[in-house]
Write a protein that binds this ligand. Structure first.
Ligand SMILES: C[S@@+](CC[C@H](N)C(=O)[O-])C[C@H]1O[C@@H](n2cnc3c(N)ncnc32)[C@H](O)[C@@H]1O
Length: 309
């Protein structure tokens, strides 16, 4: 197949990511290129700190597999790329073509919901959960399933939308907003992860809050038209000094203060959180946790009726 035919195959697909397949072959994304590039740069900066060499990797909600292929390129021993393609506007055609063009060995599971991950019966060294949780109806259910794919030492990385415009611990749940149905405050996201026995070890915001600019104090009222002012003005005028007259006048009409700072940007940001699996007494749960998470907590593991995983 020649280059033009291959490019035609690429162009027949609706891509989420941009790919450079080499030899001039490119996939272009269909929406908000600049916004997405900023997010992909943010993700890549953080993934750069992970050593993928020899690791087993699970990529959840991988879409066309960009980060799965990235992990493979960085030396992962195996990568399982999963998605539930009923949940996006494209299909799995992109990831299969990308796999072919990149001559990749990534394993693809195109009908794997995050809500059923524990059925895999597998654990991984690195779990990528990038750009997914804020689309979900039940992010906590998803985090619990991810916890069941961890073994000691697993690194879980979670990336998505967050806000710092809510009271501490608050979340914004907008059922009709498919682009961000669930937008947590940063503390709430930490709490949810902890509640799933995933302990946050570091987090960063793409757009951290800007500290408010201090207010400019109003000028002190002065006795500008008192006899000293009149004398200064008269002296300057007699000397024929225009700058002197201007300086005296400026005390009467001080230069306008600078305009107030622009309204703060929307308190939304992308957030990147790295986590490690927690085994032990979890302070978030005074009572037995749901979704089989009790097996990670010695206080509940051996309760009657508890089947340890
Ligand atoms: C914004 S894309 C993120 C793609 C990629 N992970 C990235 O960061 O560039 C969200 C992906 O999550 C997937 N998704 C949504 N709900 C899902 C679910 N319940 N289980 C698995 N994947 C899901 C969508 O199909 C889509 O591919």
């Amino acid at each position: 197949m020649d280059r033009a035919q291959t490019q035609a195959r690429i162009d027949a697909i609706e891509w989420y990511h941009e790919f450079d397949f080499g030899n001039g072959l490119r996939a272009v994304t269909r929406s908000d290129v600049e916004g997405h590039r900023a997010i992909w740069g943010f993700i890549e900066r953080h993934l750069a700190g992970i050593d993928f060499r020899g690791k087993t990797v699970l990529d959840i909600g991988c879409w066309d597999g960009y980060w799965s292929f990235y992990a493979e390129r960085r030396g992962a021993a195996s990568v399982l790329a999963t998605d539930d393609y009923s949940q996006n506007w494209a299909s799995a055609r992109g990831i299969y073509l990308a796999k072919e063009l990149l001559n990749s060995k990534v394993e693809i599971n195109p009908s794997q919901s995050v809500y059923d991950l524990s059925r895999l019966g597998r654990t991984f060294d690195v779990v990528l959960f990038l750009g997914v949780f804020y689309h979900l109806w039940s992010p906590y259910h998803a985090f619990a399933q991810i916890r069941h794919c961890c073994h000691p030492g697993t690194i879980v990385v979670v990336e998505g939308n967050a806000t710092y415009g809510l009271p501490a611990g608050g979340v914004l749940y907008e059922s009709g907003r498919t682009t961000s149905r669930f937008t947590p405050g940063c503390e709430a996201l930490d709490d949810l992860l902890m509640a799933a026995y995933l302990r946050p070890t570091g987090r960063e915001l793409l757009h951290p809050p800007v500290s408010p600019t201090p207010a400019i104090p109003a000028p002190e009222p002065t006795d500008r038209l008192g006899w000293r002012w009149r004398l200064r003005m008269a002296e300057a005028a007699l000397r024929g000094s225009r700058p002197g007259v201007r300086a005296a006048a400026e005390t009467l009409f001080p230069p306008a203060p600078p305009p107030p700072p622009a309204a703060p940007p929307k308190p939304d940001s992308r957030i990147f959180v790295a986590c490690e699996p927690l085994v032990g007494a979890n302070p978030v749960h005074p009572f037995r946790p749901p979704y089989g998470l009790h097996v990670y907590d010695p206080r509940f593991r051996d309760e009657p009726g508890s089947a340890a995983a």
